[in-house]
Ligand binder design. Sequence first.
Ligand SMILES: Nc1nc2c(ncn2[C@@H]2O[C@H](COP(=O)(O)OP(=O)(O)OP(=O)(O)O)[C@@H](O)[C@H]2O)c(=O)[nH]1
Ligand SMILES: [Mg+2]
Length: 611
Amino acid sequence: MKREQIRNVAIIAHVDHGKTTLVDQLLRQSGQFRENELKGDCIMDSNPLERERGITILSKNCAIGYTDRAGHHYHINIVDTPGHADFSGEVERVLKMADGALLLVDAVDGTMPQTRYVLGKALANGLKPIVVINKMDRPEARPASVLNEVFDLLVDLGADDHALDFPVVYASGRDGWASLSPTERPKFIHDLFDSIIKYVPSPNFDAHAPLQVLITNIDYNDYVGRIGIGRVMAGTLKVGMNILNIDIHGKRVPQTITQLMRFEGLGRIDVDHIDVGDICAVVGLSKVDIGDTLADPEHPRALPPVHVDEPTIHMTFRINDGPFSGLEGKYVTSRQVRERLEKELQSNVALRVEDGQSREEFEVSGRGLLHLGILLENMRREGYELCVGKPKAIFRNEGGKKLEPIERLSIDVPSTNVGVAMQLVGDRRAEMIKMDVRDKRTYLEFMVPARGLIGLRNRMLNATSGEAIIHHRFEKYDTYRGDMPARPQGVMIATETGGVTAYAVEALANRGTMFVSPGDKVYAGQIIGEHCKDNDIDVNVAKLKKLSNMRQSIKEATISLKAPRDMSLEIALEYIEDDELVELTPKSIRLRKRYLSENQRKRFSRGRPVA
Ligand SMILES: Nc1nc2c(ncn2[C@@H]2O[C@H](COP(=O)(O)OP(=O)(O)OP(=O)(O)O)[C@@H](O)[C@H]2O)c(=O)[nH]1
Ligand SMILES: [Mg+2]
């Protein structure tokens, strides 16, 4: 394939602005696939957790063969990226594979914090974006003002005149059309294909220079091990070639290329060479990492290294030593947990794992709660059991000054809720930097310590009847902002191991909110509900009413109880305090005290600590 026929384009946007849905349409309308090859929606979101949560977690490549209206044939490599801020490190890296970017902006929501971030990264990589105002089918679409927002954002990011002169395409990825005019609604998406061909430059590299391949992503599979994904920046990469793998520290390891793959449609095909500018998957290298250069042994020159984001939060993972350990999961020992974490490190590049205080503990660091939450959810599903401690921000010390991660937080609420929203973030040492009233809703932006975000989402949703839309992303490390209030409520702790009774739940109804239902098995030291006051209380939820068996069962059937509060994994992680743990098994998520017996708890009695 000639260089002139190749287009490498990354699709970038804020979360949920419709990237993966748009890729579906590009795939469908390329005319390259049979109907049965493209089943369902968000085809690129291929892993089960992505499908379940409706978000993209890993960036993925696909390649479309496209013949334009004049009969010219092109190979378009597309990288679909995740929009969630926890995974934004991926975006930065995969932009190195691209010569252009489609910047999607929701025609109603407009530019959001992550739009700013990804656009900034695209500009820093010298890419001139094609702006796609997407979801034009939405009745409240306001394309003209959204376009202005994009323009202002570019100015704010210091874009030059060349980038300010960006092409615009109006589209509805869901309905499968794209247009160069904000008022026309064609039936197809070809205006977008044509814009890609016209505005994304073909890769401008030297095919005759000594080989340089930049590795920007790592894939892993049990059969072949690590797979390096990257792009040929100079020369031609061929099977059988001897190369030098130069890592980011300059270490050189000679290797031979045994298997090469090229992206084709939704999969990869074996090829014997990859031309300059094209994207490749290199299989079978004994050692390959992000940022490595595969170079010509005669003229070994490393490319500038790719940046991998440093983690900002950490949690302690430990074995499940509770009384129900091993009842629901297959893997419970510290050796099994260690092996699983080591395997994860092979491809999860923003993850760090260190030994904890004992052999049973590991300190695991990542880019945010979702990043670590996804790992925990995957482990549960694979049959692991473990306990996790409260997520904490990672502090730094520079020149004797304590620094902490600060995030840019955006909250979109009905204007009637602005007061409660401000109060909730105000308690968390947030500084407001923007307030924008749009019709009946108000858009607020803050700088807030990452610590202050833990538990915020849930409280904000409760306070606004689920109406608030919250996003945040890491901004910078800055001076420690001082103490933060702990959880205002105490908890109810089970004193006995046994089955929860309706009688006991009913008796506790006015003491707080339950996390368990009658019939659930609980153990002593487990947290079974939230106390309505700020102190912890010990309660017996397995208590039976002192009556004959007969009458008791009749009575139980007639009690009507409030539904328990559903503690999903992320909510549970955000909920716990320093002396508490979340216990995860394939079937259950339980909250517990670190020390299960009342006596031990008294001995290590807690002052309510700050994060
Ligand atoms: N009305 C409307 N909804 C759309 C359109 N495109 C996508 N959506 C919806 O928006 C939601 C998010 O779509 P995705 O394609 O998963 O968005 P994404 O940008 O890939 O999201 P992340 O990868 O998680 O950042 C889904 O519920 C889609 O059905 C569109 O053109 N119009
Ligand atoms: Mg997506």
